[in-house]
Write a protein that binds this ligand. Structure first.
Ligand SMILES: [Zn+2]
Length: 371
């Protein structure tokens, strides 16, 4: 489970034998741990499991502590089962390995080993004669190291998922607000937002992929040591083939765009019930009904907003403004944009001035002074 092996081929990605459009994994990530209010809930959902895992890791790393985590294997299995939606891996295999590794017997022998490093060895040898058996010690050191690797993996992947989530969300939200969605428009946004991204370790090679009809085509196999690296590679591969994630304007779930056409609704259903039946509207039907249809519009209000946001992103990435300044500026620009929704006079007059770099920067300085 530590590495993710992905094969990119003709706009698709194959992971664990499952073939999907490249770019789809961002969508899966964005919808997997979001509750009905749109809040990200991986920490909330897996809090109990994560706390137990971290406690076990702490006691494993601390020489003076013994592992006191009954049921750790069960917590790990719950964790594995929860994150399996994010990428296909052999869950039953992982469950079996984890159950064996964190068996009561293994925890017991590792605890004996830990004690032998701090306590009086003579007393311990009497109590646990196996300690004088070199093979026992070697094997137990191995188990301890495997446990450490396993728990560190869970710590890393949790940070990785959180980081990837916030990055993918920012990119998808920016895409949702844009008018044009060609590679030329999408690519700079992703490159800007992932400015500091470097794949840490990557093994890659070209391979032959067989299609269903038995035809051979070129595939690129990449082995990622981090989930976030995998998600980002999948994002870029997707963009190149016109697949990117945006948010449905009706149900607010994220969906994968599969056509260049500026589609704003997903293919799913809303939670809104039809008047005379128990059935719910599809997002497309509801958009039609409320006249929030799909057609791309060349909205000058939005264009000003997008332009300002892209300038802010560039300035942040060049270090001209801090992250805090960037977040505040973005919030202010969004506030101005929202006001144009209900204040027509504002939209036609002061909005344009408020959105200039000079005015936004002044507003941010005022805001940050007041905090
Ligand atoms: Zn929808």
């Amino acid at each position: 489970m530590k590495d993710i092996k992905a094969i990119f081929c003709d706009g698709n990605v194959i992971v664990g034998g499952v073939k999907r459009y490249a770019g789809k994994y961002s969508k899966i990530l964005l919808n997997a741990f979001t509750d009905k209010k749109g809040e990200y809930i991986i920490e909330k959902k897996l809090e109990k499991e994560y706390t137990t895992i971290m406690k076990a890791l702490e006691s494993l790393l601390c020489p003076e502590m013994l592992i006191d985590s009954p049921g750790i294997a069960k917590n790990l299995i719950n964790y594995i089962s929860a994150i399996k939606v994010l990428f296909p891996f052999n869950v039953s295999d992982e469950i079996q390995k984890t159950t064996e590794l964190f068996s009561d017997k293994n925890i017991h022998v590792v605890n004996i080993l830990k004690q032998s490093r701090t306590d009086n060895p003579h007393e311990l040898w009497e109590k646990y004669p196996e300690l004088s058996d070199a093979q026992f010690v070697i094997r137990t050191v191995e188990i301890e190291s495997e446990m450490k690797d396993c728990l560190l993996f869970f710590e890393n992947i949790t940070h990785d998922i959180s980081k990837a989530y916030s990055e993918m969300k920012e990119i998808a939200d920016t895409y949702s607000e844009m008018q044009k969605h060609y590679e030329n428009d999408l690519l700079p946004v992703a490159v800007d937002l992932l400015n500091n991204w470097n794949i840490s370790e990557l093994k890659t090679r070209y391979i032959t992929v067989l299609s269903k009809k038995g035809k051979k085509t070129l595939g690129r196999e990449m082995i990622f040591t981090s989930y976030r690296d995998f998600i980002i590679a999948d994002l870029f591969e997707g963009i190149h083939y016109g697949h990117y994630t945006r948010q449905c304007i009706i149900c607010e779930k994220y969906f994968l765009m599969e056509k260049a056409f500026n589609q704003k609704v997903c293919g799913g259903k809303t939670t809104i019930k039809k008047t005379y039946s128990n059935d719910t509207y599809s997002c497309a039907e509801y958009a039609q009904k409320t006249k929030r249809n799909d057609k791309a519009d060349s909205n000058p209000i939005k264009k000003i907003y997008e332009g300002r946001l892209s300038q802010l992103r560039r300035s942040r990435n060049r270090g001209l403004i801090s992250d805090e300044f960037y977040e505040a500026a973005k919030a202010i620009a969004k506030e101005y944009l929202k006001r144009t929704d209900y204040d027509k006079a504002y939209a036609e007059s002061a909005y344009k001035t408020d959105m200039t770099q000079e005015e936004i920067y002044k507003a941010v300085e005022r805001k940050l002074r007041n905090v």
